[in-house]
Design a protein around this ligand. Structure first.
Ligand code: DGL
Length: 266
């Protein structure tokens, strides 16, 4: 397989990004690495997340990829500079596309950001948004219980609703008009998030924006794949490959990932 798009995440969540890549770039081969042995990243220190991210990138680079996607908000928030310093191929994180979309969407200049503790503490979204438009008010909220809820498949029950209400009330009171879903798992909670915030608040799904950015970068580099061969999708996990395979059913709308290979990357 020549020149695939390499994608990594801390685990299964990045499949939401892969799904959008497959939708928007159906001809492209992809290689997905889920670091299931070391998930979650969201509660770890920045140094640790950077180290893990560099190891993930090294593995994917050994597979002949043409572009690297950091399909994890936590890794994007803290590891992009280190990755870009060490790797010469184009690297796209999920944070910058989401931030840019939010800036385009907000009318009242009031943007909410939700993510893991590490993502929120890094202030990466805040810095990125303020760097482009200092006039935008950014209100951030860590939602650590959202990831386990999604992993458990509890995305539309009363517990998910109550948790969303508890986390999002401050953002609602702050009258945000745009909310960045700053974590791979959160697109699966759009329903309960909408229940709390109402339909007027624009939900920015980083996954969609990231896939659009990949399309633009590959187009500009003249490296979009052409021809009629069916795209090949390969999957690797650093532990418990069956978890990633199971994740495919929910995160990739029923796609059967029966061939997930376990790898050691350290
Ligand atoms: N993939 C992570 C993110 O988008 C969520 C899961 C984790 O904490 O590793 O931030």
């Amino acid at each position: 397989m020549d020149g695939a798009i390499g994608v990594f995440d801390s685990g299964i969540g990045g499949l939401t990004v892969l799904k959008e890549i497959m939708n928007i770039l159906p001809k492209e081969d992809t290689i997905y690495l889920g670091d299931t042995a070391r998930v979650p990243y969201g509660i770890k220190s920045a140094d640790t997340v950077i180290r893990y991210s560099l190891e993930n990138a090294r593995f994917l680079l050994s597979k002949n990829i043409k572009l690297l996607v950091v399909a994890c908000n936590t890794a994007s928030a803290v590891a992009l500079p280190a990755l870009r310093e060490r790797c010469s191929l184009p690297i796209i994180g999920v944070m910058e596309p989401g931030a840019r979309k939010a800036i385009r969407s907000t009318r009242q200049k009031r943007v909410g950001v939700i993510g893991t503790e590490r993502t929120v503490n890094s202030k990466a979204y805040l810095t990125s948004i303020k760097g482009i438009d200092p006039g935008i008010e950014v209100i951030s909220q860590a939602c650590p219980l959202f990831v386990p809820l999604v992993e458990e498949g509890w995305t539309d029950n009363d517990i998910a609703s109550l948790t969303a209400k508890r986390y999002l009330q401050t953002l609602k009171d702050a009258n945000i008009d745009t909310l960045i879903l700053g974590c791979t798992h959160y697109p699966l909670l759009k329903g309960v998030i909408r229940e709390v915030l109402g339909d007027e608040v624009i939900l920015v799904d980083s996954a969609e924006e990231t896939a659009m950015e990949i399309l633009m970068v590959l187009k500009a580099d003249n490296s979009l794949r052409d021809g009629d061969e069916k795209a090949v999708h390969r999957f690797y996990a650093t532990d418990a490959p069956e978890r990633l395979a199971k994740g495919g059913i929910r995160f990739l709308q029923g796609m059967d990932l029966n061939d997930v290979q376990q790898v050691s990357i350290t």
